[in-house]
Design a protein around this ligand. Structure first.
Ligand SMILES: Nc1ncnc2c1ncn2[C@@H]1O[C@H](COP(=O)(O)OP(=O)(O)O)[C@@H](O)[C@H]1O
Ligand SMILES: [Mg+2]
Length: 233
C-alpha cells in the first residue's frame, strides 16, 4: 500500500518554440503516515514535481498513483474531486483568497465537500492555530506568519491523507518560520497525514523521516535507499 507512487515521470515544457525537459524519469514510492522531504536547489524541478503529484498538471510521460489511483486515467473533474477528498496544500506565498476572510478561506474546502457546520469546524481550526480572534480579518490584514497559519488551518480542514507543502517558510522570517513549522508537524502528527515537504532548507528537511534529493530533474539521493544499503551490508 502506498499513498503516492511516481513512475518514470518526465516533464517537458514547451514555450516560445523551445522545449525544456525539467524532470527526467523520477521514481519513488511513499508509504502512508510518514514525513518526507523533497529537497534540491532552486530550478531543480521541485514545484513541477509537486504539481504533477497533485494532478494539477499533466506529465509528459510516466505515471503518478495517488492513493493507488492512476491520475492520468481521470478527467479534470475527477482529479479535482480526488484532491478535495485526499489532498491538502500549503504554498510559499500562502495563496489565500483575498476577497474572503480568514474564516471563509478555511471554510472553502469544507463547503466544497458539502459538509454541514463548516463555519464551526473552521472556527475550531483557527483556534487550533492560535487565530480564533482573527476569523473576520482579510488576508491583507494579517502578517505573513498569520496568513500561513490560516493556510495550515485550511489545508487540514478536509483531514487530508496527503499534505503537500511547497517551501512553506520561504517567505517568512526565522522566528515566524519556527512557529509555523512546529505547528505544521504538530497538526500532521495529530491528523496522521502523510506530509510531503518541498524545501531547499536542509535543517527543515532533516526533521522528516526520509529525504529525497533532486537535482536537474532526477533523483540523486534518497535516505531510504541509504538506510537499506546499510541494512544489507
Ligand atoms: N510553466 C513553465 N513553462 C516553462 N518552464 C517552466 C514552467 N514552470 C517551470 N519551468 C522551468 O522548469 C524548471 C524547474 O522549475 P521548478 O519546478 O519551479 O523548480 P523549483 O521548484 O525546484 O525551483 C525551471 O527552469 C523553470 O524555469
Ligand atoms: Mg519551487
Amino acid at each position: 500500500m502506498s499513498i503516492l507512487r511516481v513512475e518514470d515521470l518526465t516533464k517537458t515544457y514547451s514555450s516560445g518554440g523551445r522545449e525544456l525537459t525539467v524532470l527526467h524519469g523520477v521514481n519513488f514510492t511513499l508509504e502512508p503516515g510518514d514525513t518526507f522531504a523533497i529537497v534540491g536547489p532552486s530550478g531543480s524541478g521541485k514545484t513541477t514535481l509537486l504539481g504533477l503529484c497533485a494532478g494539477l498538471d499533466r506529465a509528459s510521460s510516466g505515471s503518478v498513483y495517488l492513493n493507488d489511483v492512476r491520475l492520468d486515467t481521470l478527467n479534470e473533474d475527477q482529479r479535482a474531486a480526488l484532491r478535495n477528498q485526499h489532498v491538502g496544500f500549503i504554498f510559499q506565498n500562502f495563496q489565500l483568497l483575498p476577497t474572503l476572510t480568514a474564516l471563509e478561506n478555511v471554510m472553502v474546502p469544507l463547503e466544497l465537500r458539502g459538509e454541514k457546520g463548516a463555519a464551526k469546524s473552521a472556527q475550531a481550526l483557527l483556534e487550533r492555530v492560535g487565530l480564533g480572534q482573527r476569523g473576520h480579518h482579510y488576508p491583507s490584514q494579517l502578517s505573513g506568519g498569520e496568513q500561513q497559519r490560516v493556510s495550515l488551518a485550511r489545508a487540514f480542514s478536509n483531514r487530508p491523507k496527503l499534505l503537500f507543502a511547497d517551501e512553506p517558510t520561504g517567505n517568512l522570517d526565522a522566528d515566524t518560520s519556527a512557529t509555523v513549522v512546529d505547528l505544521l508537524f504538530e497538526l500532521n502528527r495529530e491528523a496522521g497525514t502523510t506530509l510531503v515537504l518541498v524545501t531547499h532548507d536542509m535543517e527543515l528537511a532533516s526533521r522528516t523521516q526520509r529525504i529525497i534529493r533532486i537535482k536537474g530533474g532526477t533523483v540523486v539521493s534518497d535516505t531510504k535507499e541509504r538506510k537499506n544499503e546499510r541494512v544489507n551490508e
